[in-house]
Design a protein around this ligand. Structure first.
Ligand code: GLN
Length: 510
């Protein structure tokens, strides 16, 4: 398929699935088609770059030059950045087509993409099945009008995940601070990669928790994930936390010798509330690896049970500090009365932020009070070290990778999800994801099979820092073994859907 046809096809998918509410800003067809034509020329001259003509979307917390970047918050509804985030810059330099900005939870705080000011994202798999088993095509308005329901896309990068699952682009970027790429990848049946902290630049990614934020990648296949990663990884002068060395391209080892691998099953990740279906798939993949000759052993990561609380204390503290910039003076909504500076700040911040954000700012300021600093912030820092040491100990005892669940079940229904308050939701949804962020290790969410409700079930693989090459090679091996059936929304003629494999290797090879 040519870049031009591909761009048209993605736009068509986007058009058909618009009601899923995953895309906030869409690049105009004229611009896309013009760029696709240029890509086509470069292919024919043999000078196409690594991502030439590949449609890619970005979560709306990556700064995009001249394109609004709202973070799903009223606070930034009018913010138009004067520069591109390094991730955006790098994919554009590599020839990709930016198709739009994707919906999210406000300032990336959440696990369902139900909390942004632009409304919830609907999981594209809802178009195939509903909780009662029939096929429908819900829109956000449906629930309030006739009580029908849908499945959540997962968050906070749910818009980016839904965009790839619905076929509106071949890859997308999200941000993963505590699981926000891996959870939506799991619910939407995608490969979701959270790279090692420091491998990808965060310059221009509007910060949530600086000590944990990483850009993450959504694709349908592991190979696609490696291609994107290679195009964007490595040192960035504008982000001092990035690796110093230049990036050695990741090679997927097609002949990985599974019998040489030692895979750890951390017993503490067998958490209360895990659905029987997730436990089964966990056992099945462990068995698959064992049959192929891997040593699969139970390991202990004793501090894992503290991850959620540790994550939340540190998250709130960094949020309290980071979000002090949104006063309505330099950044953000200005709507307050100007009687006093305090009142102006308070009103701007009250109207600009939702209660999730306000709650975290308040909690963070409380944890950071002089009398609380040691009890909360310092203690959480120490626990973080212990959590990180659990990983070091497992890896230095000979474990190559850890295999764990990623979400407790398949995608929950929207009505069930929003019954609980945001803190409970995060505590439940992020229970196995935050560990990788606290330790800075790479983790990948891999779709494996469909649940009884016909929704994706996934697992997580984690490895030592900078082990992406081997991690992706193992993920690729499992992917080949399980042959997960991706969502095919089937909006096209038979002829079109036969071509419509969404694997951009083909485009690149042409
Ligand atoms: N759900 C977590 C939170 O709300 C993770 C968010 C993220 O990874 N951006 O903090």
């Amino acid at each position: 398929m040519s870049p031009h046809d591909l761009a048209l096809l993605c736009q068509k998918q986007l058009q058909y699935t618009k009601h899923l509410n995953y895309m906030l800003q869409q690049t105009s067809s004229d611009v896309l088609e013009k760029q696709a034509k240029i890509s086509e020329q470069l292919y024919s001259q043999g000078t196409a770059k690594a991502l030439e003509g590949i449609p890619i979307a970005f979560k709306d917390n990556f700064c995009t030059l001249g394109v609004p970047t709202t973070c799903g918050s009223r606070m930034l509804l009018n913010y138009v950045p004067p520069y591109n985030a390094t991730m955006v810059e790098k994919v554009l330099e590599a020839g990709a087509l930016m198709i739009g900005k994707a919906n999210l939870d406000e300032f990336a705080m959440g696990s369902g993409s139900t909390d942004g000011c632009h409304g919830p994202v609907i999981n594209p798999w809802s178009m195939v099945t509903t909780p009662s088993g029939e096929r429908l095509s819900p829109s956000v308005a449906d629930q309030s009008s006739d009580g029908s329901d849908w499945f959540v896309a997962g968050g906070s990068s749910g818009g980016s995940a839904a965009a790839v699952a619905a076929g509106a682009c071949l890859a997308s970027f999200g941000s993963d601070t505590g699981g926000s790429v891996r959870i939506p990848a799991s619910y939407c049946g995608l490969v979701g990669l959270k790279p090692t902290y420091g491998l990808l630049s965060r310059h221009g990614l509007i910060p949530l928790v600086n000590s944990m934020d990483v850009p993450g990648i959504f694709t349908k296949t592991v190979t696609d994930s490696a291609i994107i990663l290679n195009a964007v990884a490595g040192h960035d002068n504008k982000d001092s936390t990035t690796v110093q060395e230049s990036h050695t391209p990741i090679q997927i080892d097609e002949d990985i010798d599974i019998s040489k691998l030692n895979v750890g099953i951390p017993k503490e990740f067998y958490v209360p509330g895990l659905s029987e279906e997730v436990v089964t798939v966990w056992r099945e993949i462990a068995d698959l690896l064992e049959k192929a000759g891997a040593r699969v052993t139970e390991v202990s990561m004793p501090h894992s049970r503290h991850c959620i609380i540790c994550y939340h204390v540190l998250c709130c503290c960094e949020v309290a500090s980071n979000f002090s910039r949104y006063t309505g003076i330099e950044f953000g909504l200005r709507c307050g009365s100007e009687e006093s500076t305090e009142e102006l700040y308070a009103e701007n911040r009250h109207h600009g932020f939702n209660d999730v954000v306000r709650g975290r700012i308040l909690a963070g300021n409380f944890f950071l009070l002089r009398r609380n600093y040691e009890r909360f912030f310092l203690k959480a820092q120490r626990i973080r070290r212990l959590i990180s040491n659990d990983f070091k100990n497992a890896f230095s005892a000979g474990v190559d990778f850890l295999l764990t669940p990623i979400t407790l079940s398949d995608a929950p229904s929207h009505s069930w999800f929003i019954q609980k308050d945001s803190r409970t939701r995060s505590a439940e949804q992020d229970v196995v994801t935050t560990a990788a962020n606290l330790a800075g290790v790479p983790a990948i969410s891999l779709p494996l099979k469909l649940s009884r409700q016909n929704l994706p079930l996934s697992l997580q693989l984690m490895g030592p820092r900078f082990s992406e090459s081997r991690l992706l090679s193992l993920a690729h091996w499992i992917e080949n073994e399980v042959q997960f059936q991706h969502l095919d929304l089937d909006f096209h003629s038979v002829e079109e859907s036969a071509e419509n494999q969404f694997q951009f290797n083909d485009v690149i090879r042409k």
